[in-house]
Design a protein around this ligand. Structure first.
Ligand SMILES: Nc1ncnc2c1ncn2[C@@H]1O[C@H](COP(=O)(O)OP(=O)(O)OP(=O)(O)O)[C@@H](O)[C@H]1O
Length: 317
């Protein structure tokens, strides 16, 4: 039996799975905390050892595909929001692999978008997807991932950009206040500075003068215990709408715009009832154009694993 190893590695979480062959289901999905392992090799080996202990034939793993949260430009990989650095060649040799594909995590996630089923996504607002047109993606997690897929010669091609690091543009006086506070501290204020776990904490600090962790902020906002936390989450959702609208305009994403990442699915009704969609559409003379673009929240749990498996299929066919 030949197993393929698949991984989706973010700044906080490393998600692993095994797959028998292209197009088949996943076995043994596990999420490890990146911070528990000094290097990527240690996390991969810990996962494979665990899978072997659970009775899977991991000695047969000769092919692997890793989606990771940083630009992938050559053999040397350095994560943006975590300390792991590695050589793709050395990792491949160390794990005894014949094939190792390493790609940007949001490019992998984008490859899964055209194949998502109705039960794997939740519609936010109106609009109608145009078939065969670019599809956009934005996702706040440890960082802010941005990507999309464009149709090319009968196939989809994923974009591997770093759109989370574009400069933040405030839309309201309150957002000006946040920008002012962050300027003092960071000089360049990127969209990721607000739209990430740390971003929630920074927004809250700027608006309420209180230091809380991202999970604390959303918990207090969700249980109704704190008006200030609710305001922070509302601001986060509004800014996300604005930045998602920018991505849709830039890509001409008339095939639809998707929201991924680990944070938004945890916001529940605070997101669905937020000003996200109003701000997505609120682009002056282009508002009508954006109103026609549908937005969806990805509810499928491991979409980037599905995307990176499709990319591995592509290089093998
Ligand atoms: N309940 C919560 N509410 C809000 N934020 C949360 C919550 N739980 C965790 N987070 C934040 O989510 C972030 C992790 O997001 P995610 O699960 O997408 O991780 P990741 O895939 O490792 O990230 P990335 O791919 O962006 O590098 C952390 O910054 C964490 O603080």
């Amino acid at each position: 039996m030949t197993l393929r190893l698949l991984a989706d590695i973010g700044g906080t979480n490393a998600r692993f799975a095994l797959q028998q062959a292209g197009g088949t289901g996943f076995a043994d999905i596990e999420v490890l905390a990146c911070g528990d392992y000094p290097a990527i090799d240690d996390a991969v080996r810990a996962y494979l050892d665990g899978a072997a202990a659970r009775g899977l034939a991991t000695a047969g793993v000769k092919q692997a595909a890793i989606a990771i949260a940083n630009p992938v430009e050559g053999d040397e990989v350095g994560m943006t929001n975590h300390c792991w650095r590695f050589s793709i060649g050395a990792l491949k040799a160390g794990l005894g692999l014949d094939t190792l594909l390493v790609v940007n995590d949001f490019a992998a996630l984008a490859m899964a978008l055209p194949h998502l089923k109705a039960e794997q996504r939740e519609r936010i607002g109106g609009g109608e997807a145009q078939p065969g047109k670019p599809i956009g993606l934005i996702g706040p997690g440890t960082g802010l991932g941005v990507s999309g897929v464009v149709p090319c010669g009968g196939r989809w091609t994923a974009l591997a950009g770093e759109g989370g690091h574009v400069s933040f543009a405030p839309v309201t006086k309150q957002e000006m206040k946040i920008l002012q506070a962050l300027w003092e501290e960071y000089g360049h204020v990127s969209a990721e500075r607000l739209l990430s776990g740390l971003g929630l904490e920074l927004i809250h600090r700027a608006l309420a003068g209180q230091r809380l962790s991202a999970p604390e902020i959303t918990a207090r906002a969700l249980d109704g215990g704190s008006i200030a936390c609710r305001e922070t989450v509302e601001t986060f959702c509004a800014v996300l709408g604005s930045v998602a609208g920018n991505v849709a305009l830039t890509l001409g994403a008339t095939g639809g715009m998707y929201i991924g990442g680990g944070i938004v699915p945890r916001l529940g009704s605070l997101f669905t009832g937020s000003r996200f969609r109003e701000r997505f559409e609120g682009k002056g003379r282009l508002s009508g154009y954006l109103a026609r673009i549908p937005t969806w929240l990805i509810t499928e749990e491991y979409p980037a694993l599905r995307g990176v498996a499709a990319m591995l299929d592509d290089i093998q066919n």
